[in-house]
Design a protein around this ligand. Sequence first.
Ligand code: FAD
Length: 510
Amino acid sequence: MSTQVTNTADVIVIGGGTGGYSTALRAAALGLDVVLVERDKVGGTCLHRGCIPSKAMLHAAELVDGIAEARERWGVKATLDSVDWAALVATRDDIVARNHKGVEAHLAHAGVRVVRGSARLTGARTVHVEGVRADSALGTQSMYAPGAHASATRPLTDPAPGVQPQSAPGVHDFGTRRGIVLATGSRPRTLPGLQPDGRRAVTSDDALFAPGLPASVLVLGGGAIGVEYASFHRSMGAEVTLIEAADRIVPLEDADVSRHLTRGLKKRGIDVQAGARLLDAEVLENGVRARVRTGRGETRAVEAERLLVAVGRAPVTEGLDLAAAGLTTDERGFVVPADWNRLETAVPGIHVVGDLLPPPSLGLAHASFAEGMLVAETLAGLPSAAVDYAAVPRVTYSSPQTASVGLSETEARARGRAVEVNTMPLTAVAKGMVHGQGGMVKVVAEAGGPVLGVHLVGPNVSEMIAESQLVVGWDAEPADVARHVHAHPTLSEAVGEVFLTLAGRGLHQQ
Ligand code: FAD
């Protein structure tokens, strides 16, 4: 193996998921010469195994639910014949494929040099790449290092709005700011002693490639991924049991969000078991047989065609040889930045983005976009604000959906804030009655001060959280928002009404 550096670039990004490709696109837009190394497909987890395929499937689930609602509530004489899983998968995969082509085209257009290969660090400033051939075998070997590439000192072409380059416009020497960006993401985690076989006991990755829809599913894990898959399978007619070890599902959300979501899922016939633990699971020819210790301390036998393991994600650093660069992970495997403002590790010039980061990063694609942009701008020598994680929205795309931003009531109180809270059921506004799916709005504000958190449950709330992320991000007070009129009739009227009430001007709420 040659250890000689044969290639240089201003920025070498390892991993082409949302974190890596956003870093590459932004860095290239700022005039930096970028190499992006990806061993599989650009787009990563989100595009190929996460956000996009799952939301495509959840859209189909909404259509199925709509047929039942049409019949049961609206007198529409519709019945569901059957779901053609192969056709559903074909549409889903077509959406993924078109997005994949789009990401490839963006990268090519931006001038990012995409290298198909598996990268590992060989020092603080060198990256070894083992090329992956079209037949997926490993082949060519090459070395990359951040440094002066022939076209490396191009003028900055796209300073961020309101952001001034640190030196005069024109030709820039990026000097020591050139670097390596770790963006190798995450994979599904499992529990000790539980090895998914990919057929009966599956991860969220395997579930995409299943040969058909199961008649019954035991979902292990009540975080966003587990809840979304439980919701999807229920819509598709499966008997679903959802078990979560914490005392409530979506345990990182406000307690009222968990309560309303649990109620909504139970109403749809999902057996939600919080505070429950999987004792053991046996994979049979036609399914799984599990023993579950319920929150009440009873032991229950659950049989299902499929066990879906959704107990979280683990960072991917195997094969990266962090030690060669003088880096380590924390005990959970995350790469912890020494400087969160620049997402730079303890080794100067090595940055980290996306699912490799521990909390307060969020393991969300849109957080990784923001991180990638921050790192690219930092590497280009531009001042760029640190990611404000508290103002990043979090969504669960189940039925009902949850969407939130900022602090929960418990978190706000734990920080010693004098808190004012107002909640309103979505069914208190006409559009909420039209939807007939329950849900709520909850706003947590500092008494006499800014809005600290907004929490929504209900239909389409993923599309309603955008105004609240601005409210929280801009430290607006309820009275600032209450001056602005919400359209009638909409679900977002309920959000407006809660702000009005907190500002002392409630119209429909006393
Ligand atoms: P990844 O997307 O995992 O990309 C890492 C890339 O690095 C991979 O392509 C991998 O092949 C490559 N790689 C790894 N090691 C090497 C190496 N040594 N050399 C070269 N290449 C390497 N987030 C949301 O915001 N919204 C959602 O709705 C949402 N839904 C989700 C649903 C599911 C089922 C799942 C699993 C996740 C979901 N997420 C969602 C989370 C989101 O997918 C991740 O936060 C995001 O993909 C993280 O991006 P990343 O770039 O850090 O890592």
